[in-house]
Design a protein around this ligand. Structure first.
Ligand code: BDP
Length: 365
Protein backbone atom coordinates (compact mmCIF):
# COMPACT_ATOMS: atom_id res chain seq x y z
CA UNK A 1 0.00 0.00 0.00
CA UNK A 2 2.80 2.24 0.95
CA UNK A 3 4.38 1.58 -2.41
CA UNK A 4 1.16 2.27 -4.32
CA UNK A 5 0.53 5.40 -2.28
CA UNK A 6 3.96 6.81 -2.91
CA UNK A 7 3.72 5.88 -6.59
CA UNK A 8 0.43 7.71 -6.80
CA UNK A 9 1.96 10.69 -5.06
CA UNK A 10 4.94 10.52 -7.36
CA UNK A 11 2.71 10.28 -10.42
CA UNK A 12 0.54 13.07 -9.14
CA UNK A 13 3.42 15.40 -8.39
CA UNK A 14 5.05 14.37 -11.67
CA UNK A 15 1.92 15.32 -13.52
CA UNK A 16 1.81 18.63 -11.72
CA UNK A 17 5.47 19.24 -12.51
CA UNK A 18 4.92 18.39 -16.16
CA UNK A 19 1.87 20.58 -16.35
CA UNK A 20 3.79 23.40 -14.71
CA UNK A 21 6.70 22.98 -17.10
CA UNK A 22 4.23 22.95 -19.97
CA UNK A 23 2.65 26.18 -18.83
CA UNK A 24 6.03 27.82 -18.40
CA UNK A 25 7.10 26.68 -21.82
CA UNK A 26 3.86 27.95 -23.27
CA UNK A 27 4.32 31.26 -21.55
CA UNK A 28 7.88 31.60 -22.76
CA UNK A 29 7.22 30.63 -26.35
CA UNK A 30 4.16 32.87 -26.46
CA UNK A 31 6.12 35.83 -25.15
CA UNK A 32 9.75 35.52 -26.19
CA UNK A 33 10.19 37.61 -29.27
CA UNK A 34 13.11 37.88 -31.58
CA UNK A 35 12.82 41.10 -33.55
CA UNK A 36 14.59 41.92 -36.76
CA UNK A 37 15.43 45.56 -37.36
CA UNK A 38 16.38 47.12 -40.71
CA UNK A 39 18.79 50.01 -41.09
CA UNK A 40 20.36 51.46 -44.22
CA UNK A 41 23.27 53.16 -42.44
CA UNK A 42 26.69 52.00 -41.30
CA UNK A 43 27.12 50.97 -37.66
CA UNK A 44 28.74 54.23 -36.57
CA UNK A 45 25.95 56.62 -37.49
CA UNK A 46 23.44 58.52 -35.31
CA UNK A 47 20.49 56.50 -36.67
CA UNK A 48 22.27 53.23 -35.89
CA UNK A 49 23.13 54.28 -32.33
CA UNK A 50 19.54 55.43 -31.75
CA UNK A 51 18.19 52.08 -32.94
CA UNK A 52 20.62 50.10 -30.77
CA UNK A 53 19.62 52.13 -27.72
CA UNK A 54 15.94 51.50 -28.52
CA UNK A 55 16.34 47.73 -28.74
CA UNK A 56 18.56 47.52 -25.65
CA UNK A 57 16.02 49.47 -23.60
CA UNK A 58 13.13 47.30 -24.80
CA UNK A 59 15.04 44.11 -23.94
CA UNK A 60 15.98 45.42 -20.51
CA UNK A 61 12.55 46.74 -19.60
CA UNK A 62 10.76 43.57 -20.75
CA UNK A 63 13.20 41.38 -18.79
CA UNK A 64 14.39 39.76 -21.97
CA UNK A 65 10.93 38.87 -23.27
CA UNK A 66 11.76 40.91 -26.37
CA UNK A 67 15.16 40.55 -27.93
CA UNK A 68 16.41 41.08 -31.40
CA UNK A 69 19.07 42.08 -33.87
CA UNK A 70 19.49 45.14 -36.04
CA UNK A 71 20.87 44.58 -39.50
CA UNK A 72 22.84 47.69 -40.41
CA UNK A 73 24.27 48.80 -43.74
CA UNK A 74 21.17 47.92 -45.78
CA UNK A 75 22.11 44.22 -45.86
CA UNK A 76 18.43 43.25 -45.67
CA UNK A 77 17.60 45.12 -48.86
CA UNK A 78 16.73 48.52 -50.26
CA UNK A 79 14.56 51.03 -48.44
CA UNK A 80 11.41 50.62 -50.58
CA UNK A 81 11.64 46.81 -50.18
CA UNK A 82 12.18 47.08 -46.43
CA UNK A 83 9.12 49.33 -46.07
CA UNK A 84 7.05 46.55 -47.68
CA UNK A 85 8.63 43.95 -45.40
CA UNK A 86 7.71 45.98 -42.33
CA UNK A 87 4.14 46.31 -43.56
CA UNK A 88 3.95 42.54 -44.00
CA UNK A 89 5.52 41.85 -40.62
CA UNK A 90 8.53 40.06 -42.13
CA UNK A 91 10.65 42.78 -40.52
CA UNK A 92 9.66 44.12 -37.10
CA UNK A 93 11.08 47.62 -37.21
CA UNK A 94 13.40 50.01 -39.01
CA UNK A 95 14.32 53.65 -39.43
CA UNK A 96 12.98 55.06 -42.66
CA UNK A 97 13.31 58.40 -44.36
CA UNK A 98 9.83 59.79 -44.96
CA UNK A 99 11.07 60.50 -48.52
CA UNK A 100 10.66 57.01 -50.00
CA UNK A 101 7.78 56.37 -47.58
CA UNK A 102 5.73 58.81 -49.65
CA UNK A 103 5.20 56.26 -52.40
CA UNK A 104 3.23 54.13 -49.90
CA UNK A 105 1.82 56.60 -47.37
CA UNK A 106 0.57 59.81 -49.06
CA UNK A 107 0.49 61.81 -45.79
CA UNK A 108 4.25 61.48 -45.43
CA UNK A 109 4.73 63.36 -48.71
CA UNK A 110 4.00 66.69 -47.07
CA UNK A 111 7.46 66.69 -45.46
CA UNK A 112 9.08 65.94 -48.82
CA UNK A 113 7.90 69.25 -50.25
CA UNK A 114 10.93 71.52 -50.77
CA UNK A 115 11.50 74.20 -48.14
CA UNK A 116 8.33 73.27 -46.24
CA UNK A 117 9.88 73.50 -42.76
CA UNK A 118 11.40 76.84 -41.84
CA UNK A 119 14.03 75.29 -39.57
CA UNK A 120 15.10 72.08 -37.91
CA UNK A 121 13.67 73.29 -34.60
CA UNK A 122 10.33 73.90 -36.26
CA UNK A 123 10.44 70.40 -37.72
CA UNK A 124 11.03 68.93 -34.22
CA UNK A 125 8.17 70.90 -32.75
CA UNK A 126 5.67 70.05 -35.48
CA UNK A 127 6.64 66.38 -35.75
CA UNK A 128 6.34 65.98 -31.97
CA UNK A 129 2.86 67.54 -32.15
CA UNK A 130 -0.18 67.46 -34.40
CA UNK A 131 1.67 67.15 -37.71
CA UNK A 132 3.49 64.03 -36.47
CA UNK A 133 0.21 62.61 -35.17
CA UNK A 134 -1.49 63.10 -38.55
CA UNK A 135 1.40 61.44 -40.34
CA UNK A 136 1.31 58.56 -37.84
CA UNK A 137 -2.39 58.05 -38.60
CA UNK A 138 -1.51 57.76 -42.29
CA UNK A 139 1.24 55.26 -41.51
CA UNK A 140 -1.07 53.15 -39.33
CA UNK A 141 -3.56 52.88 -42.19
CA UNK A 142 -0.75 51.18 -44.11
CA UNK A 143 0.35 48.84 -41.32
CA UNK A 144 3.14 50.90 -39.76
CA UNK A 145 3.39 52.48 -36.29
CA UNK A 146 5.65 55.50 -35.66
CA UNK A 147 7.59 55.29 -32.39
CA UNK A 148 9.74 58.39 -32.75
CA UNK A 149 10.93 60.98 -35.24
CA UNK A 150 14.64 61.07 -35.97
CA UNK A 151 16.60 64.03 -37.36
CA UNK A 152 18.11 63.86 -40.84
CA UNK A 153 19.08 67.52 -41.03
CA UNK A 154 18.73 69.35 -44.32
CA UNK A 155 19.62 67.93 -47.73
CA UNK A 156 21.84 69.88 -50.12
CA UNK A 157 23.07 69.29 -53.67
CA UNK A 158 26.47 67.89 -54.51
CA UNK A 159 28.04 67.08 -57.85
CA UNK A 160 31.27 66.43 -59.70
CA UNK A 161 31.07 69.39 -62.10
CA UNK A 162 30.72 72.79 -60.42
CA UNK A 163 29.32 74.65 -57.43
CA UNK A 164 25.58 75.25 -57.63
CA UNK A 165 24.52 78.80 -56.84
CA UNK A 166 21.28 79.20 -58.77
CA UNK A 167 18.62 76.80 -60.11
CA UNK A 168 20.07 77.45 -63.56
CA UNK A 169 23.26 75.64 -62.54
CA UNK A 170 21.22 72.42 -62.27
CA UNK A 171 20.03 72.70 -65.87
CA UNK A 172 21.08 69.62 -67.84
CA UNK A 173 22.63 67.92 -64.79
CA UNK A 174 21.90 64.26 -64.11
CA UNK A 175 20.89 64.13 -60.48
CA UNK A 176 20.15 61.03 -58.42
CA UNK A 177 17.09 61.29 -56.20
CA UNK A 178 15.38 59.02 -53.66
CA UNK A 179 12.55 56.89 -54.88
CA UNK A 180 9.60 59.32 -54.96
CA UNK A 181 7.98 61.12 -57.92
CA UNK A 182 8.05 64.37 -55.94
CA UNK A 183 11.84 64.49 -56.14
CA UNK A 184 11.77 63.88 -59.88
CA UNK A 185 9.48 66.89 -60.22
CA UNK A 186 11.77 68.91 -57.97
CA UNK A 187 14.83 68.35 -60.20
CA UNK A 188 12.83 68.85 -63.39
CA UNK A 189 11.54 72.19 -62.06
CA UNK A 190 15.13 73.43 -62.47
CA UNK A 191 15.69 71.79 -65.84
CA UNK A 192 17.77 68.90 -64.48
CA UNK A 193 17.43 65.18 -65.28
CA UNK A 194 16.36 63.18 -62.26
CA UNK A 195 17.28 59.53 -61.76
CA UNK A 196 15.60 57.69 -58.88
CA UNK A 197 18.10 55.16 -57.57
CA UNK A 198 18.78 53.04 -54.48
CA UNK A 199 21.13 54.60 -51.93
CA UNK A 200 23.63 51.75 -52.25
CA UNK A 201 24.15 52.39 -55.96
CA UNK A 202 24.92 56.08 -55.79
CA UNK A 203 28.67 55.89 -55.13
CA UNK A 204 29.42 53.82 -58.23
CA UNK A 205 27.03 55.88 -60.34
CA UNK A 206 28.77 59.10 -59.35
CA UNK A 207 32.14 57.53 -59.98
CA UNK A 208 31.22 56.20 -63.41
CA UNK A 209 29.41 59.37 -64.45
CA UNK A 210 26.02 57.64 -64.69
CA UNK A 211 24.89 60.64 -62.64
CA UNK A 212 26.63 63.99 -62.16
CA UNK A 213 25.31 64.61 -58.70
CA UNK A 214 22.91 63.81 -55.91
CA UNK A 215 21.62 65.48 -52.77
CA UNK A 216 21.86 64.57 -49.12
CA UNK A 217 22.67 65.79 -45.63
CA UNK A 218 26.33 66.16 -44.53
CA UNK A 219 26.51 62.89 -42.50
CA UNK A 220 25.25 60.78 -45.42
CA UNK A 221 27.42 62.65 -47.94
CA UNK A 222 30.37 61.81 -45.72
CA UNK A 223 29.57 58.28 -44.44
CA UNK A 224 28.97 56.96 -47.97
CA UNK A 225 32.19 58.55 -49.27
CA UNK A 226 30.20 60.35 -51.95
CA UNK A 227 32.38 63.37 -51.19
CA UNK A 228 35.31 61.51 -52.74
CA UNK A 229 33.60 61.37 -56.13
CA UNK A 230 31.44 64.54 -56.08
CA UNK A 231 33.52 67.36 -54.70
CA UNK A 232 31.16 70.32 -54.88
CA UNK A 233 28.73 70.58 -51.98
CA UNK A 234 26.32 73.50 -52.28
CA UNK A 235 24.26 74.34 -49.21
CA UNK A 236 20.83 74.62 -50.82
CA UNK A 237 19.19 72.89 -47.83
CA UNK A 238 16.10 72.40 -49.93
CA UNK A 239 14.67 69.43 -48.05
CA UNK A 240 14.25 68.85 -44.33
CA UNK A 241 12.88 65.33 -44.21
CA UNK A 242 12.52 63.69 -40.81
CA UNK A 243 12.94 59.95 -40.36
CA UNK A 244 10.72 57.52 -38.57
CA UNK A 245 11.57 54.81 -36.10
CA UNK A 246 8.82 52.61 -37.42
CA UNK A 247 7.38 49.32 -36.23
CA UNK A 248 5.29 46.80 -38.09
CA UNK A 249 1.69 47.07 -36.91
CA UNK A 250 1.63 43.26 -36.97
CA UNK A 251 4.43 43.18 -34.37
CA UNK A 252 2.86 46.03 -32.38
CA UNK A 253 -0.54 44.32 -32.17
CA UNK A 254 1.04 41.22 -30.63
CA UNK A 255 2.40 43.20 -27.67
CA UNK A 256 0.68 43.43 -24.29
CA UNK A 257 -0.45 46.95 -23.28
CA UNK A 258 2.47 47.10 -20.80
CA UNK A 259 4.94 46.14 -23.51
CA UNK A 260 3.47 48.74 -25.84
CA UNK A 261 4.08 51.35 -23.17
CA UNK A 262 7.71 50.27 -22.81
CA UNK A 263 8.23 50.24 -26.59
CA UNK A 264 6.70 53.72 -27.06
CA UNK A 265 8.83 55.19 -24.27
CA UNK A 266 11.99 53.55 -25.63
CA UNK A 267 11.19 54.91 -29.10
CA UNK A 268 10.81 58.43 -27.82
CA UNK A 269 13.99 58.22 -25.72
CA UNK A 270 15.95 56.90 -28.68
CA UNK A 271 14.76 59.82 -30.83
CA UNK A 272 16.04 62.26 -28.20
CA UNK A 273 19.40 60.53 -28.18
CA UNK A 274 19.56 60.36 -31.97
CA UNK A 275 18.84 64.09 -32.34
CA UNK A 276 21.63 64.91 -29.92
CA UNK A 277 24.09 62.65 -31.75
CA UNK A 278 22.91 64.01 -35.09
CA UNK A 279 23.78 67.60 -34.32
CA UNK A 280 27.31 66.66 -33.28
CA UNK A 281 27.76 64.41 -36.32
CA UNK A 282 26.62 67.11 -38.74
CA UNK A 283 29.44 69.36 -37.58
CA UNK A 284 31.99 66.55 -37.61
CA UNK A 285 30.93 65.50 -41.12
CA UNK A 286 31.23 69.03 -42.47
CA UNK A 287 34.75 69.22 -41.09
CA UNK A 288 35.63 65.79 -42.47
CA UNK A 289 34.46 66.51 -46.02
CA UNK A 290 36.16 69.89 -46.06
CA UNK A 291 39.45 68.43 -44.98
CA UNK A 292 38.83 65.64 -47.51
CA UNK A 293 38.92 68.21 -50.32
CA UNK A 294 35.26 69.15 -50.77
CA UNK A 295 34.51 72.67 -51.97
CA UNK A 296 31.56 73.87 -49.91
CA UNK A 297 29.58 76.91 -50.96
CA UNK A 298 26.83 78.65 -49.07
CA UNK A 299 23.79 79.86 -51.02
CA UNK A 300 22.85 83.15 -49.46
CA UNK A 301 19.69 83.67 -51.50
CA UNK A 302 17.48 80.60 -51.61
CA UNK A 303 14.50 82.50 -53.06
CA UNK A 304 15.24 81.52 -56.71
CA UNK A 305 15.23 77.83 -55.69
CA UNK A 306 11.96 78.29 -53.83
CA UNK A 307 10.46 80.05 -56.83
CA UNK A 308 11.57 77.32 -59.25
CA UNK A 309 10.26 74.58 -56.98
CA UNK A 310 6.87 76.22 -56.41
CA UNK A 311 5.54 74.08 -59.25
CA UNK A 312 6.17 70.99 -57.08
CA UNK A 313 3.55 72.28 -54.63
CA UNK A 314 1.09 73.10 -57.40
CA UNK A 315 1.36 69.64 -58.95
CA UNK A 316 1.19 67.92 -55.58
CA UNK A 317 -1.86 69.79 -54.33
CA UNK A 318 -3.65 69.30 -57.64
CA UNK A 319 -3.44 65.55 -57.10
CA UNK A 320 -3.70 65.52 -53.30
CA UNK A 321 -6.32 68.12 -52.43
CA UNK A 322 -7.14 66.23 -49.23
CA UNK A 323 -3.64 67.01 -47.91
CA UNK A 324 -4.01 70.76 -48.36
CA UNK A 325 -4.87 71.17 -44.66
CA UNK A 326 -1.76 69.35 -43.51
CA UNK A 327 0.45 71.33 -45.90
CA UNK A 328 -1.03 74.62 -44.62
CA UNK A 329 -0.62 73.47 -41.03
CA UNK A 330 3.14 73.36 -41.63
CA UNK A 331 3.43 76.37 -43.92
CA UNK A 332 1.46 78.64 -41.60
CA UNK A 333 3.19 77.52 -38.42
CA UNK A 334 5.54 80.04 -36.82
CA UNK A 335 9.21 79.19 -36.74
CA UNK A 336 10.09 77.66 -33.40
CA UNK A 337 13.73 78.50 -33.01
CA UNK A 338 14.91 80.07 -36.20
CA UNK A 339 18.03 77.90 -36.47
CA UNK A 340 17.85 76.97 -40.10
CA UNK A 341 20.99 75.14 -40.94
CA UNK A 342 24.27 73.69 -39.91
CA UNK A 343 25.91 77.10 -40.33
CA UNK A 344 23.16 78.67 -38.28
CA UNK A 345 23.66 76.15 -35.53
CA UNK A 346 27.41 76.71 -35.55
CA UNK A 347 26.80 80.48 -35.80
CA UNK A 348 24.47 80.39 -32.80
CA UNK A 349 27.05 78.49 -30.82
CA UNK A 350 29.78 80.96 -31.74
CA UNK A 351 27.53 83.89 -30.85
CA UNK A 352 26.81 82.36 -27.45
CA UNK A 353 30.51 81.80 -26.79
CA UNK A 354 31.43 85.36 -27.75
CA UNK A 355 28.61 86.71 -25.55
CA UNK A 356 29.93 84.68 -22.66
CA UNK A 357 33.50 85.83 -23.29
CA UNK A 358 32.33 89.45 -23.27
CA UNK A 359 30.47 88.88 -20.00
CA UNK A 360 33.57 87.37 -18.41
CA UNK A 361 35.69 90.30 -19.69
CA UNK A 362 33.16 92.79 -18.27
CA UNK A 363 33.22 91.04 -14.93
CA UNK A 364 37.02 91.08 -14.88
CA UNK A 365 37.13 94.88 -15.40
C1 BDP B 1 19.80 59.41 -46.10
C2 BDP B 1 18.64 58.78 -45.35
C3 BDP B 1 18.37 57.40 -45.91
C4 BDP B 1 18.15 57.47 -47.37
C5 BDP B 1 19.30 58.18 -48.04
C6 BDP B 1 19.12 58.31 -49.54
O1 BDP B 1 18.97 58.70 -43.99
O2 BDP B 1 17.24 56.85 -45.27
O3 BDP B 1 18.04 56.19 -47.92
O4 BDP B 1 19.50 59.44 -47.47
O5 BDP B 1 19.43 59.34 -50.09
O6 BDP B 1 20.00 60.72 -45.63
O7 BDP B 1 18.69 57.31 -50.15
Amino acid sequence: MKFIGSTRRAIRSGTVALAFAGTMLGAVTAEAKDWRGWNIHVVDYPVSHGMEQFLAEVTEKTDGAIKGKIFHGGVLGSQPDAIEQVRLGALDFGVFSLGPMGQVVPETNVVSLPFIFKSIDQMYELMDGTVGDEIDKGLQKKGIVALGWYDAGARSFYNSIKPINTPDDVKGMKVRVMNNDLFVGMIESMGGNATPMAFAEVYQSLKNGVVDGAENNPPSYESTNHFEVAKYYSLSQHLIIPECLCMSKKTWDKLTPEQQKVVKAAGRASAEKQRELWQAREKASMKAVESGGTTVNAIADKAPFQAAMASVYDDFLKENGDLNGLVSMIRDAPDAGGMKSVEDRIGALEAAVSKLTKMVEEMAK
